[in-house]
Structure formats: structure tokens, C-alpha cells
Design a protein around this ligand. Structure first.
Ligand code: QAP
Ligand code: CO
Length: 169
């Protein structure tokens, strides 16, 4: 399988507000499979539609050690959140950079599954962090937005330099 191209910060397309998935059909599920494969191959623990230039509210993740617990979230919405947790976060769209981010430690969300059915789930710790990180992507937000402007600008500069080098071959 050819992995999907992952947009990288500061690509302005990552700032696009994702629209609700209108319908769960075979075409969408085929993209979901490619997103899982792209995430596992990277390797990563989460990937959101906007990162692969698909601007609908779609998230794939797997925070398990054995990489055997794929989770698909379509049109997720936050119902409840509590507590605080600081995690060293990274992002497939910000390769090579990891910084601490504070988020809610426990969350409850609603989402739609691959059968088009709504479900509710609770998550804590790394799973909760990863879901919040991926839901940020649907709003066009990135973990670097939580850092100081100086840190964000430095990451931006370094990534632009790398991207230019890669474009030149
Ligand atoms: C989001 O991120 C996340 O820099 C998912 O060179 C990450 O899968 C939430 C990755 C950490 C919470 C904690 C990053 C792969 C993968 C890189 C990822 C890289 C290669 C990031
Ligand atoms: Co990310």
C-alpha cells in the first residue's frame, strides 16, 4: 500500500476547519483503512483527516502497545472532561519535535462507528490525550499552538528548512 501523504506544519491546509462526515459509506471506509495503514507504518498513535488533506471529522488511533486496538472516531464530540495531565506530545505533522502539553486527564465523548452507529466512550490518560490532540486537528489546531510563540516559531523555521531540503532532493 502506498501510504497517504501527511501534511506538515506550517502547511496552511492543516488550519482548515473539518466538516462533519455526511455519511459512512464504502468510500469513506476505504480511506479509513488507508489512514490506519499510514498511521501504523509511520509509526504513529493517531491520525486525523485534515493531516491527510481530507477535511472531514474523522480520526483513527491506536495507543495500545501491541498495536492491536484500532479505534475509529467519526464526528466525535466532547461530552465531559475532568482532571489535568501533562504529556510529552508529538505529531506526524510536526515530525521530530516533542513538547509537554497539559490537557484533561479524563474525557467522555460521543462518536459514530464504522457501522454508522453513535456510541459513547470514556477515556483516560494517553488515550484521552490522544483523542483531544486528534480532535484539535479537526478544528485546525495543532499541539504547537499550546507552546510559546518563540518555541513555535523555532519549530516552524526548522521544519521549513527541512522541507526545502527535501524538495530539492
Ligand atoms: C498524537 O502523534 C500524540 O515526530 C499522535 O518523527 C502523540 O502519532 C498524542 C510521530 C503523543 C499524545 C502523545 C511523531 C512519528 C508520531 C514524530 C503521533 C515522528 C514520527 C506522532
Ligand atoms: Co497530530
Amino acid at each position: 500500500m502506498e501510504p497517504l501523504e501527511i501534511l506538515e506544519f506550517p502547511d496552511p491546509r492543516l488550519r482548515t476547519l473539518a466538516k462533519p462526515v455526511p455519511e459512512v459509506d464504502g468510500k469513506l471506509l476505504a480511506l479509513v483503512e488507508r489512514m490506519f495503514e499510514t498511521m501504523y507504518e509511520a509509526p504513529g498513535i493517531g491520525l486525523a483527516g485534515p493531516q491527510v488533506n481530507f477535511h472531514q471529522r474523522l480520526i483513527v488511533l491506536d495507543v495500545s502497545d501491541k498495536k492491536d486496538q484500532p479505534l475509529l472516531l467519526i464526528n466525535p464530540s466532547l461530552r465531559e472532561e475532568s482532571g489535568e495531565i501533562e504529556t510529552l506530545e508529538g505529531c506526524l505533522s510536526v515530525p521530530g519535535f516533542y513538547e509537554p502539553v497539559t490537557r484533561s486527564a479524563q474525557i467522555q465523548i460521543d462518536a459514530i462507528n464504522r457501522d454508522g452507529e453513535t456510541f459513547t466512550m470514556e477515556a483516560s490518560d494517553l488515550l484521552a490525550v490522544c483523542i483531544q490532540h486528534e480532535m484539535d486537528h479537526l478544528e485546525g489546531n495543532l499541539f504547537v499552538d499550546y507552546l510559546s510563540k518563540a518555541k513555535r516559531q523555532l519549530i516552524r523555521k526548522k521544519l521549513l528548512k527541512l522541507q526545502k531540503q527535501q524538495a530539492q532532493g
